[in-house]
Design a protein around this ligand. Structure first.
Ligand SMILES: Cc1ncc(COP(=O)(O)O)c(C=O)c1O
Length: 392
């Protein structure tokens, strides 16, 4: 079968040369681990150089400013104000910091989430349940679909926090946040959005969304590697939140070593804890800079074209499509449930086709801004070949 090329021009493909890994693999795994930008090696070399050459002076001269600069760079990606994004090592910890500032005193002792949120944050919410928080998990419909109106109906005057994923990790479905935020606002509940599977591939604007708190990380679409998550706190709220999970870096003057009481830092440092993870923050920067230079809308346009073509191939090969088809609900990943999916995944990984398998939904495959159109065709063909091989 011959299909028309996805787009006559691909303005983003020039960025491919910044990502050496994509030349030696068929890289369809950016929903899990984005490709490493070439600039990371130099960033880490700089980090060790500064440590070696400047010693303790590195903190004042470079390191303390780094997470603030990174947070401000991320702020530009999510339409947030400078100073509203705090770097925290991962999403789980970022959510824990935010939730530690909520007192959940009855009658407002409820947290509303969904069963399709990422397990790590669900474990965190279970921990809160042991401390008296009433955790309400909205059920999925038709497998893994979360209906925004189901979430909105679960929110009432007892709800302190609504914590949901904007794009689900399992089937890459975009949740319509607007009825949820509206309902939360109407009853005085806070919204905490896990936007990890969105930022870098689906445009996110915290102002338009009207959310209070948002978390994300760097490992996936932002190509920033592990150890660099972040928390956005709406400036209308930040000054009133006093996290119980805190530390000396959240103090106005940490180097006074003042034994307390706490005096909160006025900026993004308010949500830091202890010593920041400078090596991982150093490694995260090149990816953020590239995504910021390209712009998420351009990435989204290309993603929609390429995922559409993958869906057409999936139909052609009679793969069961588990991820949404409609552009408005489709995240950056295509999920297909093929027979022997786990075995197929292992066989493909062994031949440098990078994708993953998730129990119950099958294979997850994601193009990104560095993906060539012909690779989209090729990866789907490779999946079909392995499905056939696995059947015999
Ligand atoms: C939606 C979502 N949230 C959270 C995580 C994990 O967060 P972390 O490991 O940064 O705590 C993932 C994936 O790893 C994810 O897909």
């Amino acid at each position: 079968m011959s299909r028309p090329v996805v787009a006559a021009r691909d303005d983003l493909i020039e960025w491919r040369r910044e990502f050496p890994t994509v030349e030696s693999t068929l890289h369809f795994i950016s929903h899990s681990l984005g490709a490493m930008p070439r600039g990371v090696e130099e960033a880490l070399r700089q980090y060790t150089h500064v440590w070696k050459a400047r010693g303790i002076r590195a903190w004042e001269e470079r390191w303390l400013a780094l997470p603030v600069e990174l947070g401000n760079l991320l702020a530009t990606l999510i339409g947030a104000e400078p100073g509203s994004v705090s770097m925290i090592e991962n999403v789980t910890l970022a959510q824990a910091v935010a939730l530690s500032a909520v007192d959940f005193a009855p009658p407002r002792n409820r947290l509303v989430c969904t069963e399709e949120d990422f397990p790590s944050v669900l474990y965190l919410y279970q921990g809160l349940a042991r401390r008296g928080v009433e955790v309400v998990r909205v059920r999925a419909r038709d497998g893994h679909h979360i209906e925004a109106s189901d979430v909105a109906s679960a929110i009432d005057e007892h709800t302190a926090v609504v914590a949901v994923s904007m794009v689900s990790f399992r089937i890459s479905e975009i949740l319509d946040m607007s009825p949820i935020v509206q309902r939360a606002r109407a009853v005085g509940a806070m919204t905490l959005v896990d936007a990890y599977q969105a930022v870098g591939t689906v445009p996110v604007d915290v102002g338009t969304l009207g959310v209070d708190l948002l978390t994300g990380g760097s490992v996936k679409w932002l190509c920033g590697g592990p150890g660099a998550g972040y928390l956005y706190v709406s400036p209308r709220l930040a000054g009133s939140l006093e996290p119980a999970l805190t530390g000396w870096m959240a103090h106005e003057r940490p180097f006074d070593f003042d034994s307390g009481p706490m005096r909160w830092h006025g900026g993004a440092r308010r949500f830091w804890t202890g010593t920041p993870g400078i090596p991982s923050f150093s490694a995260a920067r090149p990816g953020y800079e590239i995504v910021a230079r390209i712009g998420v809308q351009a990435i989204r346009d290309k993603s929609l074209r390429q995922t559409q073509r993958m869906l057409e191939w999936a139909d052609e090969y009679a793969f069961a499509v588990v991820s949404p088809r409609e552009p408005a609900r489709r995240g950056g990943t295509v999920v297909v449930d093929v027979p022997n999916a786990e075995k197929v995944c292992q066989a493909l990984l062994a031949t440098d086709v990078l994708l993953d398998y998730r129990p119950g939904v099958g294979l997850r495959l994601a193009p990104h801004f560095y993906t060539r159109n012909d690779e989209v065709d090729l990866v789907m063909k490779r999946v079909r070949e392995e499905v056939e091989r696995a059947a015999h």
